[in-house]
Design a binder for this molecule. Structure first.
Ligand SMILES: CC(C)(COP(=O)(O)OP(=O)(O)OC[C@H]1O[C@@H](n2cnc3c(N)ncnc32)[C@H](O)[C@@H]1OP(=O)(O)O)[C@@H](O)C(=O)NCCC(=O)NCCS
Length: 379
């Protein structure tokens, strides 16, 4: 029976459940800051390595701190042999399922597995930041019958990730764009995957367990899958002239246009503009400008909806960037995970530092006080 005096917050929409010193989001005004630094400054001037340091340690690194941090990241790029064997055993599964399983298995091999201090969690987090890209690309090669490609220590995080796809050194422009994409995805408050990771951490379970659960939450289409769906949509639209009709049909059928709308942003998603510029340049560089033109035409067709708070989001442009970088569609969600590791790690650490078991209530609306009937008497 529904008790009208119970105030329900379905989906925990609009509920603050704790405090954070990591990421500030103002959804009404389209503002995003990591540790107080505006996302526009970070996207334009910084690198993923710097941003990871910033998230994990609270301040931007100086030269020496960054060099040491980079060395730790590079040192951790390889995987224990057993992880390659596990990937091989399950190579026909979806890349997100493989990633989830491999990250969970990594817990058993981490040299700090017994170390449950904050320092231990940071060390594990740095290792995971480097191991996750290797897992994604090793799986991709193994499933295609090829040996995994050794990490290239001359390349930065984004460059090495792209290199491990096929052993080719990508153009500097493609590396810079992937680097920017990782920066823009590095953290985003209490989204479903970060919240999931915090729930696991709230029981004092280990970091690998919390990140494994975060990966599981990200794998669902309402969270991580939009970039893939936008690419699918762009392929179906085929040419800019068909975009308006396509969008109108979707909306007439009360279907959602992928890459638009956001639970928190009711104005511009501040991350989107940085990737828009990238799609424009990249699609011109590879001689396929129609991809940018299709997205632009969809954005134009959706412009009347901005009055209702439905704006373009970061995933709208990400999919085409991945596609033009030669990345297969089912690796789009894993790319999101590659960028998000530092964010998950620091949120789990915040949870440990000021922990409280996350245990909300459910309002019971089923039957009550039923009479138990023995099995032999049930019809
Ligand atoms: C992200 C998303 C799940 C947020 O959902 P939400 O906060 O629950 O938004 P709501 O479901 O309250 O939507 C409010 C209204 O806007 C509409 N709307 C929201 N996103 C829309 C979209 N992408 N296309 C068309 N209409 C949309 C809803 O249909 C709803 O209309 P109604 O009030 O007439 O029923 C949703 O916008 C969506 O599905 N977007 C497409 C997928 C996507 O790009 N996800 C990536 C997010 S980074």
């Amino acid at each position: 029976m529904v008790n009208k005096s119970v105030k329900l917050y379905r989906g925990l929409q609009g509920v603050y459940f704790d405090r954070t010193r990591t990421t500030f989001i103002d959804g009404s005004n389209g503002i995003l800051e990591y540790r107080g630094y505006n996302i526009h400054d970070l996207a334009e001037k910084s690198t993923f390595e710097e941003v990871s340091y910033l998230l994990l340690h609270g301040d931007l690194p100086n030269r020496q701190q960054l060099d040491t941090f980079n060395d730790s990241l590079k040192e951790a790029r390889n995987l224990p042999a057993q992880i390659f064997s596990i990937i091989d055993e399950i190579k026909n599964s979806h890349p997100m399922d493989v990633l989830r399983t491999a990250v969970s298995a990594l817990a058993s091999f981490d040299e700090d597995r017994e170390n449950d201090t904050v320092e231990g969690a940071i060390k594990k987090g740095i290792r995971l930041t480097s191991q996750v890209p290797t897992i994604v690309m090793a799986h991709h090669n193994i499933r295609n019958g090829n040996p995994p490609i050794e990490p290239n220590q001359n390349l930065n995080h984004a460059g090495n990730f792209l290199y491990m796809l096929n052993g080719k050194i990508p153009s500097q422009q493609t590396i810079n764009l992937m680097d920017k994409d990782f920066i823009l995805h590095a953290d985003h408050g209490s989204n479903a995957s970060a919240f999931t990771a915090r729930v696991v951490a709230s029981t004092n379970a280990d970091l690998h367990g919390a990140i494994t659960a975060g990966i599981a939450a990200l794998s669902g289409p309402s969270h991580g899958g939009a970039a893939e769906n936008v690419m699918q949509m762009a392929k179906e639209i085929e040419s800019p002239e068909k975009a308006e009709g396509y969008v109108k049909t979707l909306l007439a059928n009360r279907e959602r246009v992928m890459g638009f709308g956001h639970r928190v942003y009711r104005s511009e998603d501040p991350r989107a503009r940085h990737l828009k510029e990238g799609v424009k340049r990249l699609s011109a560089e590879v001689g396929q400008p129609h991809w940018y033109q299709i997205l632009e035409a969809v954005q134009k067709a959706m412009s009347p909806y901005s009055r209702r708070g439905i704006h373009v989001n970061v995933d709208f442009f990400a999919g085409v960037i991945y596609y033009l970088s030669g990345i297969p569609q089912d690796l789009f969600v894993p790319i999101f995970a590659v960028g998000r590791i530092p964010g998950w790690v620091i949120q789990v650490i915040e949870q440990y530092e000021h922990n409280i078991l996350i245990r909300p209530l459910l309002h019971y609306t089923g039957e009550r006080e039923r009479t138990y009937i023995p099995l032999k008497d049930r019809v």
